[in-house]
Write a protein that binds this ligand. Structure first.
Ligand code: DAH
Length: 339
């Protein structure tokens, strides 16, 4: 019986079947227990030896049960640990990462080009007044740009700047020449949105003021920028144009070849020599603040261009609305190195 019991104990595959074996042999009415109950029927001289024998069997079975139970418990624990194990050497799940917007990258590139030419980068407020956005820039009250349809007016009579040019005025009022600045920033136009018009876009304004600053300096500066943006052999063209704050004024274009081998002149922005009326308006503002007039007799040039337009040309983006629709499929195409 002992042998049988020990074999059954060893063979029990889990705690439940071990419990059954235990009940079968040493439970209340188990085989061993029952055997002990027969002792009383034995003649007294046999009883002691038989009792000792049965108790030895019972002790052997109890010991085997205890040992097997511990072994099964250990095995169950090991199995659970194995099923919950984490492979700490597996690579983690990557978090999708963002990055600077394409327009920010172009503005940064432009700032780097101009910083290399000795320009100071300054920013202005997006909320302006009509004095700086229009009047001081020689844009009179009857100019169409002041029309309800072009300008977002605020209830307090101020406006969202329609261009970065008001910073020309603000910077000159606060500084004396010579000066060289670029002004990156957001601008706003109250107009219907379509593939080439957004109500918010960006500009980079440039202003250089000093002695005998010439149109040749302006052309050299624009050419330098265009080569920095589009490559060292880029051709630049200037055409007469009109801006109230320049005289003469011009538009500039680059000769652009796309990957399909087509090429044409593409307009990048406006520029010109600073209009004497702008210098006069700046000196008036300075005088009103008790500052000396320092701009009369100075010369300077200015330019303004749109990074959205540069991006659309350079990367063949057909619709300006893609920039601010926040579609990750569009934005992610401009995360890596730019061509
Ligand atoms: N402010 C002009 C615009 O928004 C762009 C511009 C043209 C800026 C000529 C200039 C300039 O500084 O000289 O259309």
């Amino acid at each position: 019986m002992q042998e049988e019991a020990l074999q059954a104990i060893q063979a029990a595959p889990d705690l439940e079947s071990l419990q059954a074996v235990k009940t079968r042999y040493v439970g209340k009415s188990g085989l061993v227990t029952r055997e002990l109950g027969t002792l009383g029927k034995l003649p007294p001289e046999e009883r002691k030896a038989r009792g000792a024998e049965i108790n030895a069997v019972r002790a052997a079975i109890d010991a085997a049960l205890t040992e097997r139970e511990a072994a099964l418990k250990r095995a169950a624990l090991d199995a659970r640990l194995a099923s919950e194990a984490i492979d700490v050497t597996l690579p983690g799940l990557g978090l999708p990462s963002g990055g600077p917007h394409l327009i920010s990258r172009i503005l940064t590139d432009l700032q780097d080009i101009y910083a290399g030419l000795g320009y100071t980068v300054v920013e202005g407020n997006e909320v302006e007044d009509d004095q700086h956005n229009f009047d001081a820039l020689n844009i009179p009250w009857f100019h169409p740009a002041r029309d309800l349809w072009d300008t977002f007016w605020l209830e307090d009579g101020r406006l969202l700047r329609t261009h970065t040019s008001p910073m020309q005025v603000r910077y000159m009022v606060d500084h004396t020449p010579p000066l060289k600045i670029v002004v990156p920033g957001k601008v706003y136009r109250y107009e219907a949105t379509d593939a080439t018009h957004e109500s918010m876009f960006h500009q980079l304004e440039g202003l250089v003021v000093g002695e005998r600053v010439s149109m040749a300096d302006l052309k050299g500066t624009i050419a330098e920028m265009a080569r920095g943006l589009f490559g060292p052999r880029t051709q630049v063209r200037f055409q007469p144009s009109y801006y109230p704050f320049t005289e003469p004024g011009a538009d500039f274009s680059v000769w652009w070849e796309n990957p399909r081998g087509e090429s044409k002149w593409l307009e990048l922005g406006g520029c010109g020599m600073v209009h004497p009326n702008v210098f006069r308006a700046v000196d008036d503002l300075r005088e009103a603040q008790g500052q000396p007039r320092v701009y009369e007799g100075k010369t300077g040039f200015a330019f303004g261009l749109g990074p959205e337009r540069i991006a659309m040309l350079k990367y063949g983006i057909p619709d300006i609305r893609y920039f601010y629709a926040n579609d990750p499929k569009v934005l992610a195409q401009f995360r890596g190195p730019l061509g």
